[in-house]
Design a protein around this ligand. Structure first.
Ligand code: NAP
Length: 295
């Protein structure tokens, strides 16, 4: 067991990340010694030399764990030595660990979302719309398909949504799940609304500082019994969630998923189970207030 855990996060930008606060709380509560650093790596190809250097340090044992965030979750795959079956199926990673000198990519976003999904006030048929088709959307769609949902993926580049639906449809279980795809616009979404019980925002639209943005087309009403889940947690209540509240629908932000993926990453690196409450209570109240609200 290392005497000092050197952990960190690669992404761009990183200034508003809650990961240092969460992982420092995890170190404190488990009584382990360590640090959690931010590695600002510009998008590839510009950031590639920096990334390769960091990965070499990781392989040599200078680091014990790394999280991966926007914009690197998919693009780093070819630079890793191996992937867990979950990460391979999803095609995106958010947690890296070392195994016998090899750099392995895992995806704890999926289990993070799955844990929070189980707590949502869902009613009706298992029909979902997922907005966005990036790394986080891949984890969300994977979980929903595994749990027998019919999923429609909508993104502003229809080809990206189609690719996601194509590559993940194989993971549908129970014969019930399947994924379809379209452009993220009112015309395409209108015909998907019937019996839809869950809408997930997996785009950054509405994230601070662009808090007035929303991925949902203006003037398109939400399905009447849907629950809305926004992966964003900053601000605590996004425009998308505010529109849900105005329509009398329950909504949730991504804080629960964030805490769970962090706890799972920490467990992967240290082998220690960590209290989710200890992590949650280290996060400033401003992120927490609205996340607990349900209409
Ligand atoms: P990503 O790989 O960059 O993918 C983002 C997706 O959203 C892409 O399909 C992108 O399309 C689309 N998009 C970007 N801006 C948009 C806009 N203004 N309107 C409509 N679509 C837009 O990012 P990601 O890693 O999937 O993350 C997505 C969001 O989830 C971020 O806000 C991130 O913070 C959040 N997240 C939260 C958690 C959590 O634990 N709560 C975990 C992971 C991610 P283009 O490719 O055309 O830009």
């Amino acid at each position: 067991m290392p005497t000092h855990y050197s952990l960190g996060l690669i992404g761009y930008p990183l200034e508003h990340s809650l990961s240092p606060v969460m992982h420092k709380a995890a170190l404190r509560t488990t009584g382990l010694t360590g640090s959690y650093s931010l590695f600002l790596i510009p998008p590839l190809p510009e950031g590639k030399p920096l990334l390769l250097k960091l990965f070499e340090r990781f392989r040599h044992g200078e680091l014990q764990g790394l999280n991966v965030t926007i914009p690197h979750k998919e693009i780093v795959l070819p630079l890793l030595d191996d992937l867990t079956p979950t990460a391979r199926s999803i095609g995106a990673v958010n947690a890296l660990y070392r195994d016998s000198g090899y750099l392995v990519g895992d995806n704890t976003d999926a289990r993070g979302f799955q844990t929070d999904l189980a707590t949502l006030p869902l009613t009706g048929e298992k029909k979902a719309i997922v907005l966005g088709a990036g790394g986080a959307a891949r984890a969300v769609v994977y979980v929903l398909l595994q749990e027998g949902w019919q999923v429609h993926v909508a993104s502003r580049r229809a080809d990206q949504a189609a690719r996601l639906a194509d590559t993940l449809s194989d993971h549908a279980t129970n014969g019930a799940g399947c994924a379809t795809a379209s452009l993220l616009d009112a015309i395409s979404l209108r015909e998907r609304l019937s019996k839809c019980s869950l809408i997930v925002n997996a785009t950054p639209a509405g994230m601070s500082p662009h808090i007035c943005d929303s991925p949902w087309p203006t003037n398109l009403p939400f399905p009447k019994d849907a629950c809305l889940y926004d992966l964003i947690y900053n601000p605590a209540e996004t425009s998308f969630m505010r529109f849900a509240r105005a329509s009398g629908l329950p909504s949730r932000n991504g804080l629960g998923m964030l805490v769970e993926q962090a706890a799972l990453s920490f467990e992967l690196w240290t082998g220690q189970t960590v209290s989710r409450d200890a992590i949650l209570s280290a996060i400033p109240d401003t992120y927490q207030y609205e996340s607990r609200r349900e209409v």
